[in-house]
Each structure stands twice: as structure tokens, then as C-alpha cells.
Design a protein around this ligand. Structure first.
Ligand code: PQ2
Ligand code: NAD
Length: 213
């Protein structure tokens, strides 16, 4: 199966989770990391989810799923212990154009959750298209051990520096080469950081033409 890999902007988007057990919790954590507006619907919730509701971090409706619960949702995760309920959720999602993941039930998923290695804004998402979730998990662990812990901080600095360069320089081949050069070395917040000095020198010798400034 050929899956399409994308990184979705979920900030503030209504996402519904049906079920409030351990499996739901792990999906809720992923959705929270993306700042989704989460509504959880389940008659019983584990403490971790109830506490998030008490803290105002999500809305918890303590009742079973009923048809119509997906109105206005962007995506839904069906994570109950009743496959018939998960499938009913998938049917409503399909009828109303809402993206659905029925946890661990591939025929009833429009998308799968990947295994993720994260360093700040840097994310490596691994998919085996359901062939072996255990392999996805194993690769995550291996990559996690290999990636430096400060990669997220470094990326944040590099992003700031890139924004400086992009503001100061016209879009041309020399800017493109500079950005590749900067990505190969460590950038630091220190004002005299060699990468910053290089970027400034480059900006000085490649000024934006007046009409573009
Ligand atoms: C990546 C990860 C993300 C997450 O869950 O958030 C994820 N599964 C993880 C772990 C894991 N899941 C399972 C095991 C036991 C070992 C094994 O079976 O291999 C382990 C490992 C363990 O925990 O031991 C059991 C399992 N999973 C699925 C089935 C159904 C089936 O195969 O038919 C069954 C059998 C259930 C049964 O036996 O009844 C299906 C799916 N699981 C997916 C995602 C999607 C495809 C991902 C991909 O391969 O690309 C997909 C299709 C749908 C979905 O749920 O999105 C997470 C790793 C997180 C991490 O640690 O990094
Ligand atoms: N936990 C695991 O590691 C794991 C691994 C593989 C498969 N599974 C399977 O995945 C399913 C979910 O796992 P879990 O550990 O989160 O289960 P769980 O029993 O802890 O939680 C099930 C949740 O579904 C809710 N629910 C039941 N009927 C509902 C309905 N009609 N409407 C809305 N919510 C409803 C319950 O209130 C509860 O919050 C189970 O079937 C389990 O066998 C679990």
C-alpha cells in the first residue's frame, strides 16, 4: 500500500476521540502535542484523561458515542474496546468526510499513527504501512539513540538565522548555497557565532536590490 506522508497543522482544529482508555490516552498525547482542540467521548475515562479534562486541556463527555458526535470534527480516533462501536464511528466519519483512525484496525483507518522521534520542531515519522508496528517501534528506538539530544535547540537557532538571511538577502543561487552551508555547522545564539558572522558577511556582499527591499 502506498501511503501519503504529510505533517498536518492541527492547532485549534476540532478532533474527537471516542474511548478513554490507555490506547486513547496515547493518541490524545499525540494530538495534544499538535495543539488540537480535543473532545473525548466515553462512559469511563482513565484518571490521566479525567485529570486533563479537569485541567481544561480537553473536553470530556462521559457517555457512549452516538451518531452525530462527529459533526464539525476535522478528524476522529475510535479507541473503544468495542469493535462494533469503532466501525460505526468509521461509517459516520466516511459519510461526513471526517478523517478516521480506528486504533489497531487497519481496514477502518483513513490514516495511521506513525512512530515518531522528536527533537523540538524536528520530527522523524516512521511508517511500515501496518506491515510491522513492532519494526516501526524498533527503528524509532535506534534513531532516537543516534540523534543528538540538542538537535531541537540547534534547529531553533538555525531557523532564526535562516529567517535573518531570508529577510536580508534576495532569493538567488548564492542565498541557497549559503543556507546549505549554514545547515552543515552548528549555529549558536552567541552574537559572534561563526555561522552568524558568515551570514552577515554574505548579506553585506549580496545586498537586496533596492526595488526588492
Ligand atoms: C507506530 C504505532 C503508533 C501508535 O500506536 O501511536 C502503531 N502501533 C504501535 C505499536 C504496536 N502496535 C501493535 C504492537 C504489537 C506488535 C505487532 O503487532 O507488531 C506494537 C508494538 C508494541 O507495543 O509491542 C499491535 C498492532 N498494531 C496494529 C495492529 C492491527 C493489525 O496489524 O492488523 C496490531 C495488532 C493488534 C492485535 O494483535 O490485535 C495496527 C496499527 N498500529 C499502528 C501504529 C498503525 C500502523 C503503523 C505502522 O506500522 O506504520 C496501525 C495500522 C493503525 C493505527 O493504530 O494507527 C505504535 C508504536 C509506537 C512507538 O512505540 O513508537
Ligand atoms: N492497551 C493495549 O495495549 C492494547 C493493545 C492492542 C489492542 N488493544 C485493544 O484496543 C482496545 C482499547 O484498549 P484500551 O486499553 O484503551 O481499553 P480500555 O478498556 O481501557 O478502554 C476502553 C474505552 O472505551 C470506552 N467505550 C466503550 N464503549 C464505548 C462507547 N459505546 N462509546 C464510547 N466509548 C466507549 C470505555 O468507556 C473506555 O474508556 C481494546 O479492545 C483492547 O483489547 C489494546
Amino acid at each position: 500500500m502506498s501511503l501519503f506522508p504529510i505533517f498536518l497543522k492541527l492547532t485549534g482544529r476540532p478532533c474527537v476521540v471516542i474511548g478513554a482508555g490507555r490506547l486513547a490516552e496515547s493518541k490524545i498525547e499525540s494530538l495534544r502535542a499538535a495543539e488540537a482542540a480535543i473532545t473525548v467521548i466515553a462512559p469511563r475515562a482513565i484518571d490521566a484523561i479525567a485529570e486533563r479534562a479537569d485541567a481544561g486541556e480537553l473536553i470530556l463527555r462521559a457517555r457512549p458515542y452516538v451518531e452525530g458526535d462527529l459533526a464539525g470534527a476535522f478528524l476522529v480516533v475510535a479507541a473503544t474496546d468495542d469493535p462494533a462501536v469503532n466501525r460505526a464511528v468509521f461509517a459516520e466519519a466516511t459519510a461526513s468526510g471526517v478523517l478516521c483512525n480506528a486504533v489497531d484496525d487497519p481496514p477502518f483507518c483513513d490514516f495511521y499513527f506513525p512512530s515518531v522521534v522528536r527533537r523540538g520542531d524536528l520530527q522523524l515519522a516512521i511508517s511500515t504501512a501496518g506491515n510491522s508496528p513492532a519494526l516501526a517501534q524498533q527503528l524509532r528506538k535506534e534513531l532516537n539513540e543516534q540523534l543528538p539530544l540538542d538537535l531541537g535547540d540547534w534547529l531553533a537557532d538555525l531557523g532564526n538565522l535562516r529567517r535573518e538571511v531570508v529577510t536580508a538577502e534576495p532569493l538567488n543561487e548564492s542565498r541557497r548555497l549559503l543556507l546549505h552551508q549554514l545547515a552543515q555547522r552548528h549555529v549558536c545564539a552567541y552574537d559572534q557565532c561563526p555561522s552568524r558572522l558568515l551570514a552577515r558577511e554574505h548579506a553585506r556582499t549580496n545586498p537586496i536590490p533596492m526595488e526588492k527591499a
